[in-house]
Write a protein that binds this ligand. Structure first.
Ligand SMILES: *Cc1c(COP(=O)(O)O)cnc(C)c1O
Length: 415
């Protein structure tokens, strides 16, 4: 940072402050992870500046020999890791991957069935504020009120009524494993494509903790920056039959030049994710989430679905008489970062919401285990009950002591 501090001291100061924040707060935001220093080194490497529109062997730019090798490596590793017939590693983000999946399979106005946002769906699953809701005709399915679990009978009934061109399975805040075979059966019955949005869970699939959607879905959308601990970016897996359509839907239909440095860093984590060490990390992440769910229940929150099969914990904050927004604010004041989330069948507007959503990818990367999750749960409980600055500051001091013992910059996050 020596050069930057001379070239742009204002920016250097902000980045230094962000580095301190990163080391001192407890990161329980479900979509975040700490990437390894090697990932960030690759991102800053020589491919950062290279234009390479097109695909290996068919570029619109010259000088792409090494870009080709790197992309082929990333594709080969993605295919091997997930047992997929075809992989595209160019999407700039999860949203870009989903946009391309829709572009490959759908036309504007087509009917799509997806998990409703109130029940855990993502913006790209039909929100009116997103291209998905604007360009396609989405119908939302949901979870059962009784146990909070996905209602496949409802999915089947809606599919029969709506005759969607595609069924989307996957969620941003549903903590349970999905029954891919059941989704495939519904899709086959109505002649729909099955698209898996595995952005949250693809790292657990890679680690062998969750069943893979690859044998069932026509297209699988994922990201490398969440559990995989890689660079910010998207990933598509599909059948051989759809390979050409998916590739053309990414480039030239929805993107221009790929971010080759990001693809190099994807190659790195797709290789690391095939190791037993990574599988151990994935298992510890889920064990930590299960311990955290139990610890939060002991603090008076109500875990949705009663627990978790993943790195995610969602919980109803109403037993503590807090909105999700207030819970988020109190936790941030105490140095704990978590997110608000909608509670199914609750009427609160999304901006305040009634639930919280937490993930254990970061804390597990930091080396915390089940014993620390009891501590983390207790800190979250204290932060939620703290209605004065003094108690918030006391919790923040304990958070700093904990993160001091488990710094977010291990040499190699899961080795
Ligand atoms: C994170 C996420 C996305 C979007 O990924 P971005 O990289 O933020 O665009 C889409 N769907 C689900 C389920 C996600 O968890």
């Amino acid at each position: 940072m020596a050069v930057l501090s001379e070239q742009d001291p204002r920016l250097a100061d902000v980045l230094a402050a962000e580095q301190r924040r990163r080391a001192s707060q407890l990161h329980l935001l479900a979509g975040e992870n700490f990437s390894a220093p090697s990932v960030r080194a690759v991102l800053a490497g020589p491919l950062a500046d290279k234009y390479a529109e097109g695909y290996p062997g068919h570029r619109h730019h010259t000088g792409c020999a090494h870009a080709d090798q790197v992309e082929l490596l990333a594709v080969e590793r993605a295919k091997a890791l997930f047992g997929a017939a075809h992989a595209n590693v160019q999407p700039h983000s999860g949203t870009s991957a989903i946009l391309a999946a829709y572009a490959a399979l759908l036309r504007p106005g087509d009917a799509v069935l997806a998990l409703s946002l109130q029940h855990g769906g993502h913006l790209t699953h039909g929100s009116g504020a997103n291209f998905s809701g604007r360009w396609f005709d989405f119908t939302g399915y949901g979870v059962r009120e009784r146990d909070g679990l996905l209602d496949l009978d409802q999915v089947r009934d809606l599919a029969r009524a709506v005759r969607p061109k595609a069924i989307l399975a996957g969620a941003i805040s549903y903590p349970r494993a999905l029954d891919w075979a059941a989704f495939r059966a519904v899709a086959d019955e109505v002649g729909a494509y099955l698209v898996a949005d595995a952005a949250q869970t693809i790292g657990l699939v890679a680690g062998g903790v969750l069943d893979s959607p690859v044998p069932y879905a026509d297209v699988v959308c994922g990201v490398t920056h969440k559990l995989l601990g890689g660079p910010r970016g998207g990933l598509l897996l599909c059948t051989e039959e759809l390979a050409g359509r998916v590739d053309r839907a990414v480039f030239p239909f929805t993107q221009g030049g790929p971010a080759m440095n990001q693809i190099a860093a994807k190659a790195l984590v797709l290789g690391l994710a095939a190791t037993p060490e990574y599988a151990g990390y994935a298992r510890r992440t889920v064990a930590n989430a299960q311990a955290l769910a139990a610890a939060l229940a002991a603090e008076g929150l109500r875990p949705l679905t009663g627990g978790t099969d993943t790195h995610l914990v969602t919980a109803d904050a109403r037993p503590l008489r807090l909105t999700g927004q207030e819970a988020e604010r109190r936790c941030e004041a105490a140095g704990v970062l978590l997110g608000r989330c909608a509670v199914p069948f609750d009427q609160a507007p999304p901006a305040s919401a009634s639930g919280v959503r937490l993930g254990t990818a970061c804390v597990t990367t930091q080396g915390m285990g089940v014993p620390e999750m009891a501590e983390v749960g207790a800190l979250v409980g204290r932060a939620l009950r703290a209605d004065g600055q003094e108690e918030a500051r006391a919790v923040a001091a304990e958070v700093r002591a904990l993160t001091g013992r488990f710094p977010p910059e291990p040499e190699q996050s899961w080795l």
